[in-house]
Design a protein around this ligand. Sequence first.
Ligand SMILES: Cc1cc2nc3c(=O)[nH]c(=O)nc-3n(C[C@H](O)[C@H](O)[C@H](O)COP(=O)(O)OP(=O)(O)OC[C@H]3O[C@@H](n4cnc5c(N)ncnc54)[C@H](O)[C@@H]3O)c2cc1C
Length: 353
Amino acid sequence: MKVVVVGAGVYGAAVGAALVRRGATVTVVDAGAPGSGTSGATFSWVNSRNKQPLVYHELNVAGMAAHRRLAAEFPLGDWYHGGGGIEWTTDETALRAKVDALLALGYEAKWLTRAETLELEPGIDPDRLPSGGTAYFPGEAWVEPRRLIAHLLSAKVEVVADDAVIGLDLIGDVVRSVRLASGRVLTADVVVNCAGPQAAEVAALAGLALPMRNLPCVLVYSSPVAVPLSRVVHAPNVHLRPEGGGRILLHSGEVDQGGQEAVERLVRDAASLYPGMRAATVESVRKGQRPIPGDGLPVLGRVADVRNYFFAVSHSGVTLCLHAGELVADEVLGENRDDALAPFRFERFEESR
Ligand SMILES: Cc1cc2nc3c(=O)[nH]c(=O)nc-3n(C[C@H](O)[C@H](O)[C@H](O)COP(=O)(O)OP(=O)(O)OC[C@H]3O[C@@H](n4cnc5c(N)ncnc54)[C@H](O)[C@@H]3O)c2cc1C
């Protein structure tokens, strides 16, 4: 089976690698370089902390487990960083209710005292921690998406970079070939749309109307700095995690909307939380697009009206890509018998019209 995957972000790489493992011949085509889309500018926190409804939570939990399995399979792999996540907010009651709700779902969570929090994150200014403690989620992680993509594409995946997919040739309800901007034409038994924020445009090439409500966002990367930040931390006004080479990645809801002032405020907030960050400067500010299907849920699997066309598109794609990639690959090869993808099919948009 010859499969053309459109997009070499975390989804395209994960779907491509899963297909190769099942014996397919796979070409992953990207308009730019692998990892140059959203997957190159993402917080990439592997979690299922705020995911609703339950089927979506369970998909994310399965995504977390898939990351742990892959990391265990490649002990020298350099993309996966465990250590869990810490959160506190100004509303302790709401956070405690969230912890209880997650515990009831079997999600690993516990309440840490201030001293316990400082044992995990000794770089935090103790005065900035709430007296009531913080919530800790030991099963969470973060990944370096480009390292993950590089690993996944090192399977026998053919990669065509810097060549956009501009057309699909259909005969009846079957795609026969994929046309690239360079003029190259790839024959295809199956096409998988992993185009992230551009998924609607790539869907339109097959005559499919995929509603997307992408959100612009901003991430701030510090210069390398010797601060003992070892995990994902969500504090009021600032979210942080380590980034490669001693850098720290900063984000907040506010910075997505604001300009330079919001960036400066974010850096100040981070430095007041981790005083060692005063030695850091802003190395880069990257703008990205959250790929969000119309109802917020993933779009995964086969399309009924175009029999050999599949989707693998969602937000939370870093968390979901490995598990969802396996499910989509199973379905491409005709092996998905329990219909795990039923809640995430494209047809739900057509039915709601
Ligand atoms: C600020 C921010 C924070 C986030 N935080 C998290 C988080 O903490 N945890 C989490 O799990 N997720 C998070 N996400 C979401 C996650 O990053 C995305 O869901 C994921 O990266 C999407 O991957 P993708 O492969 O679908 O898309 P992309 O990485 O965008 O890849 C799509 C690729 O398709 C290519 N392409 C597009 N059109 C064409 C075409 N016509 N022909 C050929 N190639 C094409 C693009 O060049 C691109 O490389 C966050 C996103 C953002 C922006």
